[in-house]
Write a new protein. Structure first.
Length: 135
């Protein structure tokens, strides 16, 4: 396991409309303000990605650092959801075999720009959310 001083950091694709909405969804429900966010396109992500073996040039990567461990794909989404108030029930979805969960995740990830769209520039959060963004 790799030590990482920053915990509860979500790595997302800042050009992806769906991914940016996911970040806003989490921020709105994270009443403890536990999670912080960094776009794959940011400078911070390079150090984070290298430390955990995440390909920083692969925009299909959605990851969360939780408990000093990098979780990706469906595990990342379920880790985040399971930590949000009122969303603990999503932990039960881990009973679905990981290959099935990840196949669904990968299908959405591969087609996210076509389905949801793509920003021309990295998503810019509002002032309140900006203090939770790591550049």
């Amino acid at each position: 396991m790799t030590d990482w001083s920053d915990d509860d950091v979500i790595l997302y694709d800042g050009l992806c409309v769906f991914c940016s909405r996911w970040i806003r969804f989490v921020a709105a429900r994270d009443t403890a303000r536990r999670f912080r966010f960094t776009a794959i396109q940011s400078r911070y992500r390079t150090r984070l990605a290298q430390a955990f073996g995440i390909d920083p040039d692969d925009p299909d990567t959605n990851a969360v650092i939780h408990g000093g461990v990098a979780h990706s794909r469906s595990d990342a989404a379920l880790t985040v959801l399971g930590a949000l108030p009122g969303w603990g029930w999503t932990r039960a979805l881990r009973a679905v075999p990981k290959p099935i969960r990840d196949a669904v995740y990968d299908l959405v990830a591969r087609n996210r720009y076509g389905i949801f769209g793509k920003y021309e520039a990295c998503f810019v959060p509002d002032a309140e959310m900006r203090e939770r963004v790591m550049e």
